[in-house]
Design a protein around this ligand. Structure first.
Ligand code: GLC
Length: 535
């Protein structure tokens, strides 16, 4: 396994949300030269690749996920020369660069949509999804937007509705039209020709819709809170034909050396894994978000890992995610202590890990007062902003304790407020503290990279008599084996793991202090403690 492991299998993907990483020009918004300045830091995390959320020209109704030009750079982020420089500097450090590809929809300011909405007989009309009103003049069917309200907006001038599952400034492209597919593949080639190493593909599983535009059925399990949850996405997600689209994208990637794509897909595991393709000819990695959606309890996570592993037949390579720019931060969801346990797990499970910027410091969600809300998901649904709002996990990176945390110059108004704890939780402080989350993260990533058992070895659950403990073994053909023992509770406990071996050596402990040899027949674990044990 080890010898032919690809970079995207062995390495760790680090997500940079560009608006919040490093401002270099004093506008309070991060930019490309800012990211370039921080590449040495990224390299110091022992990650393999950075994925940068969208940097294209955009009116920013959805913070860059409303793309007005697939082959340009937003002046707010810099120039194409800045991008080329970043790419060159990243590659010089052995870092790969993934861009965020947003094929499902464009901005309503994209030249294609401006054309499309001009008249019903415009040559680009059919590039988007236009429908006549229902007999009562209302939307053509019951489809909903993820950000509240119907998935349809009426266009006065041409008397039809266009479809959008996000904000109304994000009209959806019609992938039943081959010209649209060609245009997408052309945009991919533009970046691949520049040397970009691949793409994270936005809402990949939503790219095709039902050709009969049938109503989505009601969701019997709806919690009554988030409106989009009231319907099953039967006719708007994972629609037959989608896999042909993914395969065509993959073929473009495969016509270059060593490129990859990771698809954003929120689906149950059995369906998720179909996006590897029957012949491993679709996504290299369909994102596995189940650690985010599952309850943080050892038996539930164990079951999740086993179900996932069982579905990874025929060379499908696993991946795990604890956070991204759409989800509340892991340290907020499960607490700062368990966040160490969770990262120990992420970095020792079988499969490619993804790290969301700042999670390596244990950054938490930052409560955003109503008057400072930016995210359309929150602004359109203010009564549930605390649930659906994504600003809290998008706040500026905490570099040091200077005003504006080293993210922006002193006196600059940052686009989102800084975390209240930035003077104590920041890169500079944590660099200096050998037991910090950051150094914990680095020790784990270095160990993972160095040990075939951890980046390429097999996974096996180790059963214990404690419900709060998750334990597993990672083993490599070279005989170097590890057992990882994670206490999901805050209770101290003692375990008998003598079925594995009589003793082991602590390779990493969550407190960064515990060391030495342990007796596995009576292994004491503190509350919230995790250990990577070398057998
Ligand atoms: C994806 C992105 C999210 C965005 C949405 C629409 O889910 O991750 O941030 O709002 O797609 O593009």
């Amino acid at each position: 396994m080890t010898s032919n492991t690809q970079w995207w299998q062995k390495g760790i993907i680090y997500q940079v949300y560009p608006r919040s990483y490093q401002d270099s020009n004093g506008d309070g918004i991060g930019d490309l030269p800012g990211i370039t300045q921080r590449l040495d830091y990224i390299k110091s995390l022992n990650v393999e690749a950075l994925w940068i959320s969208p940097i294209y020209p955009s009116p920013m109704h959805d913070f860059g996920y409303d793309v007005a030009d697939y082959v340009g750079i937003h002046p707010m982020f810099g120039t194409m020369a800045d991008f080329d420089h970043l790419l060159g500097e990243a590659h010089a450090r052995g870092l790969k660069v993934l861009l965020d590809l947003v094929p499902n929809h464009t901005s309503d300011e994209h030249a294609w949509f401006i054309e499309s909405r001009r008249s019903r007989d415009n040559p680009k009309r059919d590039w988007y999804i236009w429908r006549d009103p229902a007999p009562d003049g209302g939307p053509p069917n019951n489809w909903l937007s993820f950000f509240g309200g119907p998935a349809w907006t009426f266009d006065e001038k041409t008397g039809q509705y266009y479809m959008h599952q996000f904000v109304k400034q994000q009209p959806e492209l019609n992938y039943r039209n081959p010209a649209v597919m060609d245009a997408l593949l052309g945009s991919m080639r533009f970046w691949l020709d520049k040397g970009v190493d691949g793409f994270r593909v936005d809402v990949l599983w939503l790219m095709l819709k039902d050709d009969q535009f049938r109503d989505n059925p009601p969701n019997p399990d709806w919690d009554g809170v988030v409106p989009i949850g009231s319907l099953l996405q039967t006719y708007t997600a994972d629609v037959p034909g989608i896999h042909d689209i993914v395969r065509q994208m993959r073929q473009v990637l495969d016509s270059y050396e060593e490129r990859m794509m990771v698809g954003e897909i929120y689906m149950e595991i059995e369906k998720l894994v179909t996006y590897y393709g029957e012949h491993l000819d679709e996504c290299h990695l369909p994102f596995n978000f189940h650690l985010i959606s599952s309850r943080w309890e050892a038996p539930i996570i164990r079951q999740l890992i086993e179900t996932y592993e069982a579905n990874l037949t025929g060379g499908r390579w696993p991946n795990w995610v604890l956070g991204n720019h759409d989800q509340h931060r892991v340290a907020t969801r499960i607490g700062v202590h368990q966040a160490r346990v969770a990262n120990m797990m992420l970095l020792t499970l079988r499969g490619t890990p993804t790290c969301y910027y700042g999670d390596e410091l244990g950054m938490e969600d930052v409560p955003i007062p109503l008057e400072l809300l930016q995210d359309p998901a929150a602004l359109n649904q203010p009564e549930i902003a605390h649930i659906v709002g994504r600003d809290p996990e998008r706040t500026p990176m905490q570099w040091d304790d200077s005003p504006n945390a080293g993210f922006a110059a002193e006196g600059v108004q940052t686009w989102l407020p800084l975390a209240a704890d930035y003077q104590t939780r920041n890169v500079a402080k944590q660099n200096a503290d050998p037991t910090s989350m950051l150094n914990f993260y680095r020790v784990l990533t270095a160990l993972r990279n160095a040990e075939p058992a951890l980046h390429a070895g097999d996974y096996a659950t180790v059963m214990t008599s404690h419900n709060d403990v998750l334990a597993y073994r990672r083993s490599a053909p070279d005989g170097n084996n590890f057992v990882i023992v994670l206490n999901f509770s805050d209770n101290d406990l003692t375990l008998d793991l003598s079925q594995v071996a009589s003793t082991a050596t602590i390779a990493v402990a969550t407190d960064m202090e515990r060391a030495g040899t342990v007796d596995l027949s009576q292994l004491a674990l503190h509350g919230n403690e995790g250990l990577v044990l070398r057998l």
